[in-house]
Structures are given as structure tokens and as C-alpha cells.
Design a protein around this ligand. Structure first.
Ligand SMILES: *[C@@H]1O[C@H](CO)[C@@H](O)[C@H](O)[C@H]1NC(C)=O
Ligand SMILES: *[C@@H]1O[C@H](CO)[C@@H](O)[C@H](O)[C@H]1NC(C)=O
Ligand SMILES: *[C@@H]1O[C@H](CO)[C@@H](O)[C@H](O)[C@H]1NC(C)=O
Length: 450
């Protein structure tokens, strides 16, 4: 009897604590001037997956503005990283934060200025999301798309006032492999008559990995375009490696020798933004530019912070920016936790072309992790008619980058660069990223009622 009461009590606790509005956060003085909701969505058999999310409501018009699901890269990187370093409403105050005393300030370029954003820790094992069984802890590229769809359906059932907002799936970096598949699952689910029907309009992808051949190989072309390797090295490498600089045949000695020269020229470059120094952030005075893990790790592991965020006590032993057993790196094999089973999402992009899906791809043109060169390359293979040709776009009358839009039977793909931008795009160029995102969403506002 006692045992059953206990179970009922536990269920009561979990359900009553599964969603909350956060008024204050340690490190930020006063009430938060935006609406932040956090919580868990139970998924899978017996809710064996507990998926943590942060919803930041639009600071403009939450009922009219779009709803953006944001997936952080890796896979395996916590969404709190994007929240605090890239597109969220808060960032660290680097001047006044010292040791354990961390202070937060408002990010004037938060995406919540223009849209509602759900930051979600997926797959489980990432950030504050967790699994209750071994089976539930396993994920992969294709499963992640299904899980994201399930998450949205469950979340919208619990938050029905967002059901009619135009829905966009977004993500960065590795999520370029996953985001188009999430969108496709949703369109297909809607067509099958799944309830609830989701009001999906498109995808917004930042510095994406789309194809594990094209995008990794593009680093070589990029190194040439940006003058990191000479014409001479470029030409002899091209001639000996047959267009493949990554999955090359180790028996091809000429190619291997040339690649060694390429490597000498590029291995000391900061791939996240080739103009920035490589640094071991822990040794340096933290600034907004250097990659500082320490603040976020200190803050997110603070018990008061977790309590304020409505995180369940005692489940996550140590919060980490990235779960390294899930994170992908070139040529990595599947692990027990994660299967890297999608090689390319180009086929999904092709399918989305018949769904009236609007796609925006933003690339920092100094990102060498997944250089814009590769993105341009695979978009061109789709052979789409150009709706609006390559042209500069502007922020405060300065060229902020370049853009081109392709369109076909109600679908579109817009490609835009941000000049000087790096891999964590909104960290280096927050204003440009916000202007591009907002302008693009607004240009599709007419679709909202259809
Ligand atoms: C923490 O930092 C803030 C801002 O710099 C300062 O006002 C406050 O006194 C510090 N608190 C402690 C306990 O050091
Ligand atoms: C990484 O993810 C796996 C799979 O969910 C999980 O079992 C493990 O605890 C996670 N590691 C950390 C450090 O959170
Ligand atoms: C991946 O697995 C293959 C086949 O077992 C093996 O040859 C290769 O070395 C593995 N790669 C890595 C990076 O561990």
C-alpha cells in the first residue's frame, strides 16, 4: 500500500514539475524580461525518455510569430550552449563574472526578438535529457528525426496555444543531417493524417553538414579559395587525389604526400573561424570571442541554477557541454549509444521540394568546419531554377553577405552567407544572423494562414 502511494506521489511530482515558467535565474538581477518555460516531455515506451527543453517566447508577438524548434550540433551538444552563446536571450557578462560568481546579461540579438524558440536537448544523454532504460538511451541520425517529430507532437498537445503558429525546424552544423529529415517526417505524418497536424512551413539550417562526402571534401577547395594553400599545392593535390581528399586511398602515395602539404598549411588554423586564433580557452582571459567552456560548466552545474531551471534533482551527475560518446567526428564508427546512419540528407532536400517547404541555409564564409563551398556545391546538383540571383544583402547599409534563392513549384531554397562569419555563426555575427533569420521568416508570413 505504502509502495503504491509512493508511486502515485512520484507521478504527481513528476507531472506537476514537468513544466514551469522561470521567473528568475541565478546570475541575472531581477525578473527575466522575457518568458522562459522549461520542462520535460516523456517519450517512448513508459516515457522512458525524458527530454528537456527551454521555450523562449517571442518578445514581439508570441501568438503571431513563428515557432522554431532548434537542434544543437554534435550530435551531443547541449542546447544550453546555443542558448547562452549563440541565439538565446541571455549571455555571460565576461567582465563581471569571476570564478564561481557568474553574471548574465541580455543578448540584444536574441532570436526571441522575432520568434518563439524551443531549444531541445536531443538525443537523450545530452544536456539535461536522460533515459530511464538502456534501450531508451540509444539513438541515431534517423531515429533522431522521428524523436524530434514525436517531441513536437507531444509538446504541442501540452502547449496548444502554439498549435497554429507557423512551424520551422532549425539547427546547426551536424543537424544539417537531421533537420531535413525531421521536416520530412512531419510532412509525411501530416499526409498520413497523424494528429495533431503540425503547421510546418520550412527549415532554417546554419553551417550545415549535409553530406559526409561533399562537406568534408569542401575543406580542400575552401583552403584554396581563402589562400591557405597555393595554386601549386592545389593543382598537384587535385591531380593526384582524384577529387577525394578525405576518404582517399592510403596506397596512393602521391596523393598522400600532397595531402601532407595541405595539412601543414591548414592544421594550425582555427576551423571554427579561420580569422580567429586557436586557443586553449582555459588558459586565456575569457572574452566573448574565445571559446570559454568554464563559465557555462560552472553555471549549469550549480545546484541553485538547476533548481531555478526546474531540472530534476540528482539525475544528471555532471552536466556537460557535449556528450563525447555521441558526438561525431570524421570517419567515426557507430557507438553503442548512437548510430551515424545518415550519410547524406540531399535525398531528403529533394523530397522536400515537392512539399512546398521553404528552406534557408546560412553559412559563415570563414567557417572551415563545414565551408560554404560544399553547400553551394550540393545545392547546384539539385538543378533548381533561380528565383533571385546572387546579390549582396545589407545590415545598416553595409554588405553583410551574399544571397541567392532557388524556387520550384512552391518550394524554395535560399542560400545566404555572412561575411566574416564562423561556425558558431551567431556567436561571431549575432546581429547579421538575427537580421537574416527575421527577414526570411517575415518574407513567408503570407504562408501562415494557408
Ligand atoms: C558577484 O559579482 C557581482 C557583479 O560583479 C558583484 O556585485 C557581487 O558582489 C559578487 N558576489 C560575490 C559573492 O562575490
Ligand atoms: C552520454 O549519453 C549516454 C546515452 O544516453 C548516457 O548513457 C551517458 O550517461 C551520457 N554521458 C554523459 C556524461 O552525460
Ligand atoms: C571503424 O570500423 C572499421 C571496420 O571495423 C575499422 O577498420 C576502422 O578503423 C574504424 N574506424 C575508426 C575511426 O575507429
Amino acid at each position: 500500500m505504502m509502495f503504491f502511494l509512493f508511486i502515485i506521489f512520484l507521478q504527481f511530482i513528476t507531472s506537476s514539475h514537468s513544466k514551469a515558467i522561470i521567473k528568475n535565474l541565478p546570475g541575472f538581477d531581477g525578473d527575466l524580461p522575457f518568458t522562459l518555460q522549461t520542462g520535460y516531455i516523456g517519450m517512448g515506451e513508459d516515457d522512458s525518455m525524458q527530454v528537456f527543453y527551454y521555450l523562449v517566447e517571442s518578445q514581439r508577438s508570441p501568438s503571431d510569430d513563428p515557432l522554431l524548434l532548434y537542434l544543437t550540433g554534435g550530435p551531443g551538444t547541449s542546447t544550453l550552449y546555443s542558448f547562452l552563446y549563440q541565439i538565446g536571450p541571455l549571455s555571460f557578462n565576461y567582465e563581471s563574472s569571476k570564478g564561481n560568481n557568474i553574471t548574465l546579461e541580455l543578448n540584444p540579438y536574441s532570436w526571441s526578438k522575432a520568434t518563439n524558440v524551443i531549444f531541445v536537448d536531443l538525443p537523450v544523454g545530452v544536456g539535461f535529457s536522460y533515459a530511464k532504460t538502456w534501450e531508451a538511451s540509444r539513438s541515431g541520425d534517423s531515429i533522431l528525426a522521428l524523436q524530434s517529430y514525436e517531441f513536437l507532437r507531444k509538446w504541442l498537445v501540452k502547449n496548444p496555444r502554439f498549435m497554429n503558429n507557423p512551424l520551422y525546424i532549425s539547427g546547426i552544423s551536424y543537424m544539417g543531417i537531421v533537420v531535413p529529415n525531421v521536416a520530412l517526417e512531419i510532412y509525411n505524418g501530416n499526409e498520413r493524417g497523424n494528429q495533431p497536424q503540425l503547421n510546418i512551413k520550412g527549415c532554417l539550417i546554419v553551417n550545415p553538414l549535409t553530406d559526409k562526402y561533399v562537406n568534408f571534401n569542401a575543406r580542400f577547395e575552401f583552403a584554396h579559395r581563402l589562400a591557405l594553400i597555393s595554386d601549386d599545392i592545389y593543382e598537384s593535390t587535385k591531380a593526384t587525389c582524384g577529387g577525394n581528399y578525405v576518404y582517399n586511398d592510403p596506397g596512393n602515395m602521391l596523393c598522400a604526400d600532397n595531402l601532407k602539404r595541405v595539412d601543414e598549411c591548414t592544421s594550425k588554423i582555427n576551423f571554427a573561424n579561420i580569422l580567429e586564433p586557436v586557443s586553449d580557452a582555459r588558459d586565456m582571459e575569457p572574452t566573448w570571442k574565445t571559446y570559454t567552456d568554464t563559465f557555462i560548466e560552472t553555471w549549469a552545474n550549480n545546484k541553485d541554477v538547476q533548481k531555478a531551471l526546474n531540472v530534476r534533482e540528482g539525475i544528471i551527475k555532471k552536466w556537460e557541454i557535449t556528450n563525447m560518446s555521441i558526438k561525431y567526428k570524421l570517419k567515426k564508427n557507430d557507438t553503442v549509444y548512437y548510430s551515424y546512419d545518415v550519410w547524406s540528407s540531399i535525398p531528403s532536400h529533394k523530397k522536400l521540394l515537392s512539399k512546398k517547404c521553404q528552406v534557408l541555409i546560412i553559412c559563415g564564409d570563414h567557417d572551415m568546419v563545414f565551408p560554404y563551398v560544399g553547400t553551394i556545391k550540393w545545392i547546384r546538383t539539385l538543378n533548381l531554377p533561380i528565383e533571385s540571383p546572387w546579390e549582396p544583402w545589407f545590415v545598416r547599409s553595409q554588405v553583410a553577405g551574399y544571397q541567392v534563392t532557388y524556387a520550384q513549384s512552391g518550394s524554395s531554397i535560399k542560400f545566404a552567407t555572412i561575411k566574416g562569419g564562423g561556425h558558431p555563426l551567431a556567436k561571431y555575427n549575432p546581429e547579421e544572423a538575427l537580421v537574416m533569420m527575421d527577414g526570411w521568416l517575415a518574407s513567408h508570413a503570407y504562408l501562415s494562414d494557408s
